[in-house]
Write a protein that binds this ligand. Structure first.
Ligand SMILES: [Ca+2]
Ligand SMILES: [Ca+2]
Ligand SMILES: [Ca+2]
Ligand SMILES: [Ca+2]
Length: 123
């Protein structure tokens, strides 16, 4: 009948690679070191250094407190790689660069001063 050594994937053994994850849900049924591929790029989660493919490495995500299996941890539509506040759904960018606003307010004040002093000179 059936030979013992036949297929790479057989129906008798429910866990071909013996990694503890049944073949039904094992995305790598013949690879004991991998069982899932969250971003579907063909690299198993263990070997993949960026499981959600948001271009922020898993280690950095763990350090930053973001979710290495979610491209947009706070769900505000700005992915973790571009979101300056990846854990705050209300914010995703700086209001303005502080340097810029200081320079422009100094500029505005000095222009106003020049305008006022010119007007005064006329009289
Ligand atoms: Ca992957
Ligand atoms: Ca990532
Ligand atoms: Ca992420
Ligand atoms: Ca955010």
């Amino acid at each position: 009948m059936l030979s013992r050594t036949s297929s790479r994937h057989n129906n008798i053994d429910i866990d071909d690679d013996n990694d503890g994850v049944n073949d039904e849900i094992d995305e790598f049924p013949n690879n004991s070191t991998e069982s899932s591929d969250s971003d579907g790029d063909g690299i198993g989660d263990n070997a993949d250094l960026d499981d959600d493919n948001d271009s922020v490495p898993d280690l950095e995500e763990l350090e930053a407190g973001t979710d290495p299996y979610n491209q947009d941890t706070d769900g505000d539509g700005y992915g973790d790689s571009v979101d300056l506040y990846p854990l705050d759904p209300e914010q995703w960018e700086e209001d303005k660069l502080p340097g810029f606003s200081t320079i422009s307010s100094i500029l505005a004040i000095s222009i106003a001063f020049i305008a006022i002093s010119r007007r005064e000179n006329k009289f």
